[in-house]
Design a binder for this molecule. Structure first.
Ligand code: ATP
Ligand code: MG
Length: 571
């Protein structure tokens, strides 16, 4: 491809409204253009990268025996009513009506549609197991679309769904998918981790996520230093405190004035009590909209996913706002505490083993000191409400954990019979009895991977593509293409050799000044670059540089065919 025929519009400045580096670089390199919030056009340069990801995914899915199909993006509401998700899914589901006022949605995921297909197509145990997949556009009306294609509203996903007679068969396919995912991310050259996960709105019991490690990642993952244990922090249990260490009360309950002191940090400093002996009281909604208190030690962080899993707490977690708290509890949020609080209380285990602690006084500008459970406040339900933190003991008992940030690029689930039961998806077993099948489902965020790869591989000049994801493998940068016959002839010859060898080559034939040409080359991140100059040609030499390495190498002109064969034709 010649750059004179491939309109690139690159930007020197960081575009407004872009928070993360991948979004900035994708816009600056001209890979994507925004149409509206969370909606992006993939420009030719960007689309080439998407296609690379798709083909790695497709090849590994095929290799693992999955069968590709394509389902409609628009789905009838009836199927979602059958599964119960028409009510459950909430505003993330884009609902539409056709001209006959029939209800549809734009698919955020395809469990319902595939289960409908399976119940029509599959009659006998002999047809199982089977694993169908598609690579397709999804729509989720995300509450906060951000970071460009990382959290878009319309995005490409590979989603696969497997059907089984029994749990062993499901476990086998699940493991095959896990290995296929590892091969995909290895091939794409990404640094990733495979972690235990919460199965969220999709349902089912066992689930794992794949995360590309990057500091800007929205997820926190924890992994053991000495074992394979790794989990999303949403899922990782905090260590249980030793109940026998629970000290006896020594202080009397005192109601103290704490004017203007609201946060636990302020109260801890004001009363000169360590933060871990001040508890915080957070107010959230129950499913019936009544209020519930969550109580944690001041130095611990609430884990919203763990809290939302509690029966008396609505999912996803909904915090009560200041006005509602004031109205219903008669006290502002920064002065609340469990003493005499007459709403259900969930108490994190580490707050439950405190004695002589400090909490809000339930009137504006006051706190209690010397608080002890049962003596001064009913304990409520003790549970795990907080994050497992870096350096704490690993849940598998193998030493301590580290924490890291990750971008979720894949998620696999053992769904069990959640959809097949609700939608009556059965086959005949060997004895001729109807049996409800069980299912697995396996997603990969195709377009999110592109952004995640850039988060992981870039420098101050631009993107650094891995060979497998690069839009082009090789960039030819002739200096003086517009004015030197020698340079032009040599470059055309190299270009011909590349195209004849099937190498995806980009030729910068625009005759730009070298500074401009190289700055753009660095920005778009083609992994291999050859510079052709008159001075080099006088000595029958080319200059080779790998994107991201600081040192160029000299390459003899007659070695170019070997260079292509050795460095550019392998995967
Ligand atoms: P998240 O927790 O990031 O919202 P999810 O758990 O809702 O993701 P899944 O339902 O597991 O996502 O979807 C499978 C994959 O699709 C995810 O692992 C992710 O890579 C991708 N994905 C999900 N939502 C988006 C989005 N809004 N934009 C781009 N990719 C997405
Ligand atoms: Mg997920």
């Amino acid at each position: 491809m010649r750059l004179s025929r491939f309109p690139l519009t690159t930007l020197r400045e960081t575009p407004a409204d872009t928070e993360v580096v991948s979004h900035q670089l994708m816009v600056r390199a001209g890979m994507i253009r925004a149409l509206a919030s969370g909606l992006y056009t993939w420009m030719p340069l960007g689309l080439r990268v998407v296609r690379k990801v798709e083909s790695a995914v497709r090849e590994e899915m095929n290799r693992a025996g999955a069968l590709e199909l394509i389902m409609p993006a628009v789905q009838p509401a009836e199927l979602w009513m059958e599964s119960g998700r028409w009510e459950q899914y909430g505003p993330e589901l884009l609902r539409l009506q056709d001209r006959h006022q029939r209800e549809f949605c734009f698919g955020p995921t395809h469990e319902e549609v595939i289960t409908d297909i399976a119940r029509r197509e599959l009659q006998s145990y002999r047809q199982l197991p089977v694993n169908y997949y598609q690579i397709q556009t999804k729509f989720r009306d995300e509450i906060r679309p951000r970071f460009g294609v990382m959290r878009a509203r319309e995005f490409a996903m590979k989603d696969a769904y497997s059907f089984h007679m029994d749990a062993d068969s499901l476990a086998e396919t699940y493991e095959d998918m896990r290995l296929a995912y590892c091969r995909i991310f290895d091939r794409l050259g990404l640094e990733y981790r495979y972690v235990q996960a919460d199965s969220g709105a999709i349902g089912g019991a066992v689930s794992h996520e794949f995360h590309v490690l990057a500091d800007s990642g929205e997820d926190e993952i924890v992994y053991a230093e000495n074992s394979d244990y790794a989990a999303n922090v949403e899922q990782a249990p905090a260590p249980a405190p030793d109940i026998s260490q629970h000290p006896a009360p020594t202080e009397n309950l005192v109601h103290v004035d704490t004017p203007g002191q609201h946060s636990v940090e302020e109260v801890s400093a004001f009363l000169d009590v360590p933060l871990e002996r001040v508890v915080k009281t957070l107010i959230v909604h129950a499913p019936d909209n009544s209020l519930v208190a969550l109580i944690l030690r001041g130095d611990h962080h609430l884990n919203a996913v763990k809290a939302a899993r509690l029966e008396g707490v609505d999912a996803p977690l909904r915090f009560a706002d200041a006005e509602e708290i004031k109205e219903r509890l008669g006290c502002p949020v920064g002065s609340l505490g469990p003493v005499g609080l007459n709403i259900p209380c969930y108490v994190d285990a580490w707050a439950a083993v405190l004695s002589d602690f400090v909490c809000g006084g339930n009137t504006e500008g006051t706190h209690y000191t010397g608080v002890n459970w049962e003596r001064n406040a009913a304990l409520g339900t003790v549970c795990d409400l907080r994050n497992l933190e870096d350096g704490e003991p690993s849940p598998d008992g193998s030493g301590s954990v580290r924490s890291a940030r990750g971008v979720e690029v894949g998620h696999i689930f053992q769904l069990g019979d959640k959809y097949s039961q609700a939608m009556d998806c059965t086959v005949l077993d060997p004895d001729g009895n109807k049996k409800t099948v069980i299912m697995g489902c396996y997603g990969i965020g195709i377009t999110r991977i592109v952004a995640a790869a850039i988060e992981q591989n870039h420098d101050e000049h631009g993107i650094i593509w891995t060979d497998a994801m690069a839009p082009f493998r090789l960039l030819l940068c002739p200096i003086g293409f517009d004015r030197s016959d020698a340079v032009r002839d040599a470059t055309e010859d190299l270009y011909r050799q590349c195209t004849e060898s099937g190498i995806e080559v980009l030729l910068d034939d625009r005759g730009l000044r070298p500074g401009v040409m190289f700055a753009e080359a660095d920005l778009i991140g083609i992994p291999h670059r050859i510079v052709i100059s008159e001075r080099g040609l006088d000595e029958s030499q080319l200059e080779y540089q790998r994107r991201g390495s600081s040192e160029p190498e000299v390459l003899a002109l007659d070695q170019f065919p070997d260079f292509l064969r050795d460095r550019l034709t392998s995967d």
